[in-house]
Ligand binder design. Sequence first.
Ligand code: SF4
Length: 340
Amino acid sequence: AVRLMEVCGTHTMTAFRSGLRSLLPENVSLLSGPGCPVCVTPQECIDRIIAIAKLPGTLVTTFGDMLRVPGGEESLEAARAEGAGVMAVYSPTDALEEAKKNPDTRIVFFGVGFETTAPATAWTIKEAARLGVENFSVLCAHKTMPRAMAALLRGGEVNIDGLMCPGHVSVITGTRIFDFLSGEHGRPCVVAGFEPLDMALATEMLLRQIERGRAEVENEYHRSVDAEGNPAARALIEEVFEPCEAEWRGMGAIEGSGLRIRDRFARHDAAKIFGDLDLPETVVTPGCICGDVIRGARVPTQCALFRKTCTPATPVGACMVSAEGTCAAYYKYAGRERDK
Ligand code: SF4
């Protein structure tokens, strides 16, 4: 049997929505890996941003999906119901505008996402520094994908024969960033777009490489992606952030897989501004197997809470909260899919 893995929330949803997985031969599986940024953000990070939101004179801003992700004791949404300062925004620049309008309030943007969203956060931090908006800061939980993919391969828990690389990330990074996955780790990689046909073609390209014993990085999404990516966006990331070890839900700490705000922008780094905070103990929600789902080791239907206590209306774990989460995808499309 051949096991392929995609590591992108949009690929997860396209594969389910289009029924692509059910069209694959019985001996080919398409697994979903750690591609949903909301899902991989660890509990400690959620608890930290909730603690900041509870401080007087502070307003936390972030993407809507993050509000319902459970922390150790509650979610940002629940904290807001108790009076904490929390607001959903569409972009970090919205958060900066809020800071300009409310100079007496400390506006903190919770920056979550991969290489796709990191440039916008970087630009906003630079802009805040340029304009001297001292009440604006970012709690940075941005992550980068290649090292997490390598960690999955190294871990060896799930035998992955080929990787469908994320198109959005690759628009920024270029395809070259995945070379070490085929070189050092010997796995075929194909960068794929987001239409069902893109994913079908990428699947075929992966299978052909496997059949012929090749391990290369190929690009199915060449209408948007080239080898180098977007140099301006990459330069922005490089200027504002530096690589650091980052904690991933279900995967633990991965060296070089996170982005930390460089010291020259420390005035806008919420991790430094707010320092040590009193956080609840990290607990694993009893019964929730989100970590296994994120690593592709188990599927949501193997979770005893799936569709029972855990639904999109009452999510127990992060993978059910996010619209791009694997559990949410299974919930919405199960029955039209083979569970494999
Ligand atoms: Fe966690 Fe719910 Fe998914 Fe089970 S179904 S793994 S409880 S998010």
